[in-house]
Each structure stands twice: as structure tokens, then as C-alpha cells.
Ligand binder design. Structure first.
Ligand code: SF4
Length: 192
């Protein structure tokens, strides 16, 4: 973690306990601002990048620490990767406290792996489970665990990192190697 990472993220809101946004009981942080504008989105109020309010990352962590039954933190939106440096700091700090991190994104894994934008790879590397891809109304399925539409995948990011020795928390993803092994890192079941 570097000191240049932001200490504030812009949020639409926080839900202190959820059992539908990843395994176990989770504190859910909704990023404010989303460029994807998926038809049928359940959270259109999160699209405006000027909406919501800035919230201190330490304040979010204190709320998480205050709840002994939490399994982890879920980063939802809005689009967390639109504020990747700030959410990377939040995810790293949450993991240091023993909390797992589930991150939702409207981008695909492949787009994020290829992205040169600051903080994107840091946030990927601090994520346990990535739920990727936009919501596609034609593929909507209310029976899916933790996902809205069938195009979205649950990717165990840490399994992928562990299986690729060249990767570490201080190194960048290699797009070619990530794209070759992503299939083995995609799962339809997640640990509690
Ligand atoms: S990525 Fe998520 S928040 Fe953004 S428009 Fe699509 S469904 Fe809505």
C-alpha cells in the first residue's frame, strides 16, 4: 500500500449487514458513479459521478470492525473500479483485518487485466472474489447466487494469483498469462 492512495471514496451508501452480496454476512459499500448504464440496473441512483458523498476509508473500516459476525466486505456500485485507488486501499485494509473482499464490477476480467488505469490491478489483487461483467437484462436470472445475469462470473482471484507464481501483490498482471488460465479460476461456488 502506498501513501498516494486516497483516504476517501465517494459512496452512494453503506449496508451494515447483507447476506445476498457474497458469502456470509457482509458489510456492503456502494460506490457512487458508474459509466456502464446497463438497461434494467437496480441502482441507477449510483450512476451520477457527482452524486453521493465522500466517506473516509477509516470510517468504513471502523464500521466493519464494530461487527464481530462479519465475514467480509463487499464493494458494489456504482463501479468500484472507477475509483480503483481508493477502493484498493479499502480492500487491502479489510484483508489485513481478516475480512474477505468481494468486488462487483461492470467491466469484464479481461478488460481489467488489460487496463493500465491507476489502482486497477491493486484492487484486483486485493479482491477474493470478483463478480464481473455488466447486468444484461436478456440474461437476467433471479436464481443465480450473488449475480443478476448469466453473463456475470464469480472469479476466485486469489486462486488465480496463487497459481501464477510470477504474480505477487507488488507485481502487475501479465495479460497473456491471465487470459490463458482464467477459465480455471472461474467458479460457480464460493467458500463461506
Ligand atoms: S454496472 Fe452495475 S451499477 Fe453500473 S449500470 Fe450496470 S448494473 Fe448498474
Amino acid at each position: 500500500m502506498t501513501d498516494v492512495m486516497p483516504r476517501i471514496v465517494r459512496l452512494a451508501g453503506i449496508v451494515d449487514e447483507s447476506v445476498v452480496d457474497g458469502p456470509g454476512v457482509r458489510l456492503v459499500v456502494f460506490a457512487q458513479g458508474c459509466p456502464h448504464r446497463c438497461p434494467g440496473c437496480h441502482n441507477p441512483h449510483t450512476w451520477d459521478f457527482d452524486g453521493g458523498a465522500g466517506v473516509g476509508i477509516n470510517q468504513i473500516l471502523l464500521r466493519a470492525e464494530a461487527n464481530p459476525i462479519l465475514s467480509g466486505v463487499t464493494l458494489s456500485g456504482g463501479e468500484p473500479f472507477a475509483q480503483a485507488p481508493g477502493f484498493a486501499r479499502l480492500a487491502q485494509e479489510a484483508r489485513l483485518r481478516g475480512l474477505s473482499v468481494v468486488t462487483y464490477t461492470g467491466y469484464t476480467w479481461e478488460q481489467l487485466v488489460d487496463s493500465p488505469a491507476p489502482g486497477v490491478h491493486d484492487l484486483l489483487l486485493a479482491t477474493d472474489i470478483l463478480i464481473d461483467g455488466p447486468f444484461v437484462q436478456a440474461l437476467a436470472d433471479p436464481g443465480l447466487a450473488y449475480r443478476g445475469s448469466r453473463n456475470q462470473r464469480m472469479i476466485r482471484v486469489q486462486d488465480h494469483v496463487a497459481a501464477t507464481p510470477a504474480h505477487s501483490l507488488n507485481s502487475r498482471f501479465s495479460p497473456s498469462s491471465c487470459l490463458m488460465c482464467v477459465a480455471s479460476c472461474v467458479t460457480s461456488s464460493v467458500p463461506r
